[in-house]
Structure formats: structure tokens, C-alpha cells
Design a protein around this ligand. Structure first.
Ligand code: HEM
Length: 275
């Protein structure tokens, strides 16, 4: 079973991956990452056939449609051997060395640098796609949020949420009082205190700092609240009592970190005004 450390993952072009389409060397592309499923395909719970069929191809959409849980996303990293690039940096380097020996022009070197940078950016994009894929709640950005109706973890179809409904949900959260119990741990308290020091200054948008002793609700705290609602929604009783915010739409959007710092919800720390 391949277990390649993230730092050792290699860049591959689509053409290279295409050659690995046999049971003895079976690779698939998912979210711009390359997975070697040669050993795994026989043990695949969905059967070896589907993986053989997708061998050497981009299986992102097929896998997203087939899998019901986030489990595969958690397992998949074990099989990841590389990521997709348009042009391999080494190839470009070879070309440049040849060109350099022919002429003393420094321009090709800059080109290689650019290519390397582009490859690194492509890897980062693939990582970002994976982070979204592995979020709790089986949330997948590509088939939810403001796009076409997606499937939830339990398999039921969700209604598309319109932007006005989204805004209404945010306003609802904003109108609630913020309590100190929303702060999760001692560690978060420490971070909040240091953040609060900075909040004594007027905000960058010109609005005044938080009032003395009053907790301030920010986008991050809203996300925290959304998260706790997500937990409540997983309880059927809770869903019956308060079906206000479905697990797709707003929750999905906020949990995905689209507008946030790019961290996963578990890494986020609620941000308040003065401590
Ligand atoms: C490294 C890649 C993959 C891993 C680790 C993986 C893992 C799994 C796991 C754990 C399951 C059972 C749980 C579940 O249904 O979510 C499963 C089911 C399945 N997988 Fe994959 N899978 C991979 C790639 C793919 C790909 C590329 C396809 C392409 C179509 C696919 C199609 C399916 C199907 C059809 C099922 C059966 C779903 C069902 O019975 O309802 N898988 N896979």
C-alpha cells in the first residue's frame, strides 16, 4: 500500500496518470490529487470494478456521487502519491538547461521559477479542495451551498437556499445575545484576551471598538454558533423542535471556510471584543 508523505508527493501530468489504468498499476485522480489504488482496488467496499473503470481518469465527480460518507476522504490520503500539474517543473528545467547551453539569456531561468511557483500553487489548490471534502457533516462544497440541490449525509435531498434566506439566518444569529459560555476552552480564552487588546482600537472599517465588558459578535462567532446548531440538527428531536437552519446552505457555506481564514471549524477560535 503506498504511503507517501505529503512532502514527498510528486507532480504528475494528466497524460502520465492516464498510463496507469491496469490492475497492476491503477491510479485515479480526485480533486487534482493522484491516488495509487493498485493494492486497494481489490478491497474497495464499492467493488474493484468501479476503480478499474476509473483507472487513469479523473474520478472526482464519480467518487463524490458514489460515496455516502466522509470516510473515504479520511482514508484516501493513504493512497495519495502526487498531484496534478499542467507542465512538470523538471521537464521545464531540462528545456531551460538546453536553452541555457545554447545561449546565455537569463530569461528561461525566470520561466522555471514561474513554473515551480505555479506547480506549488496547484498543489495548494488540491489541498484546499481536500480540506473542504474532509469537513465534518459530510459537507461537500461542490454539490451544495448556492449551487444545485445536493445530497446530505443521510441521503435526503436538500432545498437550495436563496441568498435572502441566507441573510435572514445571519440576522437571526446577530439578534441573539452572546454569552461567555460560547467560549469553548481555557486556551480559547487566552487567545480571546490577546485579541481583545487589539479590539480596543477602532476597527479598520472605521466602526468604534466594542463597548466595555460587552462581547462582540463577529463572523467567526457566528460560525461557531452555526456549528453548534449543526450538532443539534443531527439529533432528530432537535430537528423537529427547531428546523430553522438546515445542514446545507448557510451552515455548509460557513463551515466550508469560504469567507474565513481557510481553517477548519475545529481550528477556529471565537473572537470577541473586550474581555
Ligand atoms: C482512494 C480512493 C477511494 C477510497 C479510499 C474509497 C473508499 C470507499 C469506502 C470506504 C466505501 C464504503 C463507504 C461509503 O459508501 O462511503 C466506498 C464505497 C463505494 N465507492 Fe469508493 N473509494 C475510493 C474511490 C472510489 C472511486 C474513484 C469510485 C468511483 C466511482 C468509488 C465508488 C464507490 C462506490 C460505487 C461505492 C459503493 C457505495 C454504496 O454501496 O452505496 N470509490 N468507497
Amino acid at each position: 500500500m503506498p504511503l507517501v508523505m505529503p512532502a514527498l508527493r510528486k507532480p504528475y501530468t494528466v497524460e502520465e496518470v492516464m498510463k496507469h489504468n491496469t490492475p497492476s498499476s491503477l491510479w485515479v485522480i480526485m480533486n487534482r490529487k493522484v491516488y495509487d489504488v493498485t493494492a486497494f482496488h481489490k478491497k474497495h467496499p464499492g467493488g474493484p470494478g468501479v476503480l478499474l473503470q476509473m483507472g487513469g481518469k479523473d474520478a472526482t465527480a464519480a467518487a463524490a456521487a458514489a460515496h455516502k460518507s466522509i470516510l473515504p476522504a479520511n482514508l484516501m490520503w493513504e493512497f495519495c502519491v502526487g498531484y496534478i500539474v499542467r507542465v512538470k517543473p523538471q521537464e521545464e528545467e531540462k528545456k531551460v538547461t538546453k536553452a541555457n547551453s545554447a545561449s546565455s539569456d537569463p530569461a528561461p531561468k525566470a520561466q522555471v521559477k514561474k513554473q515551480k511557483k505555479a506547480a506549488a500553487a496547484e498543489e495548494q489548490q488540491a489541498d484546499a479542495a481536500d480540506r473542504v471534502e474532509a469537513l465534518p457533516g459530510g459537507c461537500r462544497l461542490q454539490n451544495r451551498c448556492f449551487s444545485s440541490p445536493g445530497r446530505t449525509q443521510t441521503g435526503h435531498k436538500e432545498k437550495r437556499r436563496s441568498p435572502p434566506a441566507f441573510v435572514a439566518d445571519v440576522e437571526k444569529i446577530l439578534s441573539r445575545p452572546v454569552t461567555a459560555s460560547q467560549m469553548r476552552s481555557q486556551d480559547s480564552m487566552e487567545k480571546l484576551k490577546s485579541k481583545a487588546q487589539g479590539d480596543m482600537m477602532p476597527h479598520s472599517d472605521g466602526s468604534p471598538p466594542a463597548e466595555d465588558g460587552k462581547l462582540e459578535r463577529t463572523f467567526t462567532t457566528i460560525m461557531e454558533e452555526m456549528e453548534s446548531e449543526l450538532v443539534a440538527l443531527s439529533d432528530e428531536e432537535a430537528v423537529k423542535k427547531e428546523p430553522a437552519v438546515p445542514s446545507g446552505g448557510l451552515l455548509c457555506f460557513l463551515n466550508s471556510g469560504c469567507w474565513s481564514t481557510g481553517t477548519t471549524p475545529n481550528q477556529r477560535v471565537p473572537v470577541i471584543g473586550k474581555a
